[in-house]
Design a protein around this ligand. Structure first.
Ligand code: PMP
Length: 429
């Protein structure tokens, strides 16, 4: 059929997409996906793939989940859009349900947005408004989104562009494999104090932390880091802001939110992606007193709190419970991690295996002693997996990390197939 002709689509993209989008295709040869179901995708030729990328960590409960699609369709047919100034019940219910997922004993309020970067952007304004301080801290190798503000706290050079606002100081990411202070927590926390003293006015608005860095290459915050960072930043007048865009919604298995692993109670939490299972929606969930001063700065996003995405998100939360997907992430993710560790014993190029739940990664190096990132080998394994019907993601500052962030309904059979495909790909390097 004409419209599914890859060459015609490619020609249209080349001619009409802005150059910022045309090159953004990870595979040597592009793929046209036509159908998705659960953890699987099918291309136009009917070839089946396992989506270990979760279509960019958006697909939490499975592609085109019937309950999510039905909820969105029913809502769209009745009233597709209605902005926040009118009192629709669906987003109000969603706000209540999101607040209920937060640590008990605190009052939480919700501001719905269209995307993750808008949520980040809003959280930046909220933190600066509440504290009256301008300086923010962020981690190197962090990714927080493509808006100018979110770029300014993103610590990966390729995602930073001229024209970003400033007043951001970066602290080293506590990467336990190749961080500048080696494994451990304390030296990274000490560096937060030193950075506040040397690179800020001494008073900060807050720190943004991904509980597990996603694009950075699945960098899990070590025990004590999140709570320690919160303590240090609060001592300088700032807030602790958890970016749960990738690590939230049960993905890490042990907890619903990544920050819970360290017992820290954030002041602000930003979320998106898995919340909508592909429908565009994001949210800032904040302690009530922290969000309060924003009343003076009326802000709203046209499609934030739109009932169609909100209906989808409510269905996502319900399906997560009904299908016990967090538990599945812990069980299946644990099994996959073991298989990846087993591969590491047999393939010298696998420098590190890490992550938890269904947020896992393999880091590929030229040799284990030097730990030199091996970008070419990573690309070869990535392409070889694609040939075997496995969609992975290249990430990390050096593009030498294979990231696995599939829909949370991944099965044990998928684990076997993934491990076998990776094994063959490494054997053929
Ligand atoms: N924060 C994190 C941790 C992300 O991974 C992303 C998107 N990859 C964002 C924020 C930005 O979200 P969005 O693309 O929805 O704007």
């Amino acid at each position: 059929i004409n419209e599914w002709d890859l060459n015609k689509t490619a020609a249209r993209r080349d001619k009409y997409y802005a150059s910022s989008l045309t090159r953004f295709t990870p595979f040597r040869d592009p793929i046209v996906f036509r159908k998705g179901q659960g953890q699987y995708l099918w291309d136009t030729e009917g070839r089946k793939y396992t989506d270990l990328l979760g279509m960019n960590v958006c697909i939490s409960v499975g592609h085109s989940h019937p309950k999510v699609v039905a909820a969105a369709m029913e809502q769209a047919q009745e009233l597709t859009h209605c902005t926040t100034m009118f009192y629709h019940p669906t987003p109000a219910h969603l706000a209540e349900e999101l607040a209920a997922t937060m640590p008990k004993g605190h009052e939480w309020v919700v501001h719905l947005t269209n995307s993750g970067s808008e949520a980040v952007d809003l959280a930046m304004t909220m933190a600066r408004t509440f504290t009256g301080n301008l300086d923010l801290l962020a981690l190197r190798t962090a990714y927080h989104g493509p808006t100018a503000a979110a770029q300014s706290i993103t610590g990966i050079s390729g995602w930073r562009h001229p024209g970003m606002p400033g007043n951001v100081a970066f602290v080293p990411e506590p990467n336990q494999y190749r961080g500048i202070f080696g494994p451990g927590t304390q030296p990274y926390l000490d560096e937060i104090d030193r950075t506040i003293a040397s690179a800020t006015s001494g008073n900060v608005a807050g720190i943004f932390v991904e509980s597990v860095q996603g694009y950075g290459g699945i960098i899990e915050m070590p025990t004590g880091y999140m709570s320690g960072a919160a303590e240090r930043v609060r001592a300088a007048g700032g807030l602790y802001i958890a970016d749960e865009v990738q690590s939230g919604f049960g993905r890490t298995g042990a907890n619903f939110w990544g920050f819970e692993a360290d017992g820290v109670v954030p002041d602000i939490v930003v979320m998106a992606k898995g919340l909508g299972n592909g429908f565009p929606i994001g949210a800032v969930v904040a302690r009530k007193h922290v969000a309060a001063p924003m009343a003076e700065k009326f802000m709203f996003h046209t499609y934030g709190a739109n009932p169609t995405s909100a209906a989808a998100a409510r269905a996502v939360l319900a399906v997560m419970k009904e299908e016990t997907l967090q538990k599945n992430a812990a069980r299946v993710g644990g099994a996959l991690l073991e298989r990846l560790k087993d591969l590491q014993t047999r393939h010298e190029k696998i420098g590190d295996v890490r992550g938890k739940g269904l947020m896992l990664a393999i880091e590929i190096v030229s040799d284990r002693a030097s730990k030199t990132p091996d970008r070419d080998a990573t690309t070869s394994v990535f392409e070889a997996c694609r040939e075997q019907g496995l969609i992975l993601s290249k990430s990390g500052a050096d593009q030498s990390v294979l990231r696995m962030v599939p829909p949370l309904c991944l099965s044990m059979d998928d684990v076997d197939q993934t491990a076998e495909a990776l094994d063959r790909a490494f054997q053929n390097l």
